[in-house]
Design a protein. Structure first.
Length: 417
């Protein structure tokens, strides 16, 4: 089978498709291969995707309590004209066990933040707004009725859905789970990932270059991108442009990992072995997407190479960055059932002329000005080999399909690194 269908042939898989169609296929493939839940302790839950809703079993706060250090009192006992009020100090209630004090008419109780509100009290006056006089407290500045009191259930009540399946577990969400007494959470297992770079021209960093050779930058870049997503990828040795060695290595990885990522060898050249191999041994779901950079990107199921998914990225380093951020990260999110990431919008800081049909991911610097407006400055070095431009940037600017002149200030989508 040829590496690329001839012009008059109709491939049996999506070929040269719009980027939006590729995203839909990636989402469908990810849903078909959704990973299983596992239970982890809260100490290991950071960054995982929640597998099941978390529903409150107790109210938060679980009881009325003080929001300030001061004195719990009855608001009705305070002077109506705002003059100081003298109250008898009936006891102390600190944060901890409820000592079951009661505030009666003309009395108050010393209280600390988080302490249960004594029966009869409905308001707390801040310590700073009082003065002590033997066993009495003089309220010098009266609080509003109910002020500085946290009511039971005002944050959440039993039965409330606190967290949703698909939520990424942030520190605040983990803290919320802990406030319900949960020590563990059900999360989606993170995918195991194997990473390959291909090409006879590649030399490992630290070694001497020979004529026609370049350093293997893609593998380290891709490993760093994966680690930034909380994954623990495994890097394999560089694959030569040899069909037997490529097949053997991919079969080994395809049996052992959920996802196999490759860089290079995915276009239609004489040494681009992956399209023919995956068409013959697996099931190609996408090949060649109308995007720039990264058009040759390929997604396949492993077939006889194993149960893994294979995402084959082009060899140019900026193409690796763009295809990972635009499609690879989407695939990994989908495998875990992660809720969609928010779409970021910014205004172009300078004009840009787009002259081709493909959707484009342009490198740029993204910032928010003093007025709260998001801006992004395109980098003029837009070649797929221009890694310096990618390193000087922190986001991809999404330019719609079709030629167009973009004026400065035009709103565009951005993909932060």
């Amino acid at each position: 089978m040829p590496a690329s269908p001839p012009p008059d042939a109709t491939p049996d898989f999506p070929f040269r498709i719009p980027f939006a169609d590729a995203c839909a296929i990636v989402d469908a493939v990810a849903a078909e291969h959704r990973l299983q839940p596992q239970t982890v302790s809260l100490s290991r839950a950071q960054g995982h995707v929640l597998a099941r809703d978390v529903v409150a079993t107790l109210a938060q706060p679980p009881f009325d309590n003080a929001a300030m250090d001061g004195f719990a009192l009855r608001h009705a006992d305070l002077s109506a004209d705002g003059t100081p009020t003298r109250l008898h100090l009936a006891g102390e209630q600190f944060a901890g066990p409820d000592v079951e004090l009661r505030v009666d008419a003309g009395t108050c109780v010393r209280i600390t933040t988080g302490a249960p509100l004594p029966a009869g009290a409905d308001t707390v006056v801040m310590k700073e707004n009082t003065a002590l006089d033997d066993d009495h407290v003089v309220v010098q500045l009266a609080p509003r009725s109910g002020q500085h009191v946290r009511r039971a259930g005002e944050d959440s009540r039993a039965g409330d859905r606190l967290l949703r399946a698909g939520d990424t577990l942030t520190p605040a969400r983990i803290g919320l789970a802990a406030s319900q007494g949960l020590a563990q959470l059900d999360v989606v297992r993170r995918p195991t990932v194997a990473v390959f770079a291909t090409g006879d021209e590649l030399v490992e960093p630290g070694m001497a270059l020979g004529p026609g050779q370049i350093y293997n930058s893609n593998r380290d870049q891709l490993m760093a991108l994966l680690r930034a997503e909380g994954l623990e990828p495994v890097a394999f040795p560089t694959l030569p442009d040899d069909a037997a060695q490529v097949t053997s290595a991919l079969r080994h990885a395809g049996e052992a990992f959920d996802l196999v990522l490759t860089c290079g060898g995915v276009s239609a050249g004489e040494k681009d072995l992956l399209p023919e191999l995956l068409q013959r041994r697996g099931r190609v779901r996408v090949w060649k997407v109308m995007m720039k950079p990264g058009m040759p990107v390929l997604l396949a199921e492993g077939g006889t190479l194993g149960p893994a998914l294979f995402l084959c990225l082009p060899g140019n380093p900026v193409s690796v960055l763009a295809t990972w951020l635009a499609l690879g990260r989407r695939l990994v999110d989908g495998l875990q059932g992660r809720a969609p990431r928010p779409v970021r919008r910014a205004r172009l800081a300078s004009a840009w002329a787009k002259t081709h049909e493909r959707l484009e991911f342009l490198r740029g610097r993204w910032w928010i000005d003093d007025a709260g407006i998001s801006w992004v400055e395109p980098n003029p070095a837009d070649g797929s080999h221009r890694m310096q431009a990618a390193a000087d940037s922190d986001a991809l600017i999404v330019l719609d399909p079709g030629p167009r002149d973009y004026a400065a200030g035009t709103p565009v989508d951005v993909l932060p690194y």
